[in-house]
Structures are given as structure tokens and as C-alpha cells.
Design a protein around this ligand. Structure first.
Ligand code: DQA
Length: 138
């Protein structure tokens, strides 16, 4: 199985950014843990701060992976373009968030992605990504 994790803006700052919300670990370190834990899954990971780049990465993943684990970060709440590309592609997309966005500011309660996602996992810290992988394993 081939899965692609795609992270959006500011998630390259994990470990340094608001650790009380997002924890003290960098995503690179966590990704290494995931690769070790799921040695028989082909896991890849990309991050971008740029909306159009994320859209291109999602388009290019279609047919190339069995699924996408997407944390579009702040673009979740603003990007019709990312919602549209998730609707457009064939492969399943699981939307993930580290924090429980519903326990935070009201503008984080809206997602332009959820309607088109296979499922949404949020609020479990970095473990949200692990739970998303497990959902693909069945
Ligand atoms: C986030 C939640 C978003 O509201 C926020 O803009 C992020 C990270 C999360 O993983 O908890 O950057 O997607």
C-alpha cells in the first residue's frame, strides 16, 4: 500500500510552534516513527506553505497512491480550491488535524474539505496521522 501525507502551511514549524497546542516534536521526527512502525507501507510526506502547490500535489497523487492523509492546516478553513481538488480526485482522502479544531476559535469549525473526505480525524495530537493510517489498513 502507498499512502501520501500532505501537510499545509506552518506545519513545517511543528516542535517550535505553539507547543501547548501542537506538541514539542517536529513532523520529520514523527514521520520517521511512522515509517518505522509501518515498515510494510510505502509512506511519503510533503509539506507546503503555498495553496496552489498543495492543490498540484493532490492532483498529482491521484492514481499514484492508495490514499492521501491531508492536513491542510489554515487552508482547511479558507480554501475552496483544496475542497474542489479533494472532490475531483478518485483516491480517498482522510482529513486530519492535530488539535481539536471544534474546541478552538469559531473560524476553525468550518472546513471546505470535510464534505469530500472519506473521514476526518482530529484532536489526537500527532497520533491523528497514525489513526488515519490505521483506517487505510482496515
Ligand atoms: C491544524 C488546525 C488549523 O486550524 C490550524 O490552522 C493549523 C493546524 C491542526 O492540525 O490542528 O495550522 O490543521
Amino acid at each position: 500500500m502507498k499512502l501520501r501525507i500532505i501537510n499545509g502551511p506552518n506545519l513545517n514549524l511543528l516542535g517550535k510552534r505553539e507547543p501547548e497546542i501542537y506538541g514539542g516534536k517536529s513532523f520529520e521526527d514523527y514521520f520517521r516513527d511512522l515509517q518505522f512502525k509501518y515498515r510494510n507501507i510505502e509512506l511519503s510526506y510533503t509539506q507546503s506553505n503555498i495553496e496552489g502547490e498543495l492543490i498540484t500535489q493532490i492532483q498529482e497523487s491521484d492514481g499514484m497512491y492508495d490514499g492521501i492523509i491531508l492536513n491542510a492546516a489554515a487552508y482547511t478553513h479558507t480554501s475552496i480550491g483544496i475542497g474542489d481538488v479533494v472532490a475531483a480526485i478518485e483516491i480517498p482522502v482522510i482529513e486530519v488535524h492535530i488539535s481539536n479544531t471544534f474546541a478552538r476559535e469559531e473560524f476553525r469549525h468550518q472546513s471546505f474539505i470535510s464534505k469530500y473526505a472519506k473521514g476526518v480525524i482530529l484532536g489526537f495530537g500527532l497520533q491523528s496521522y497514525d489513526l488515519a493510517i490505521q483506517s487505510f489498513i482496515k
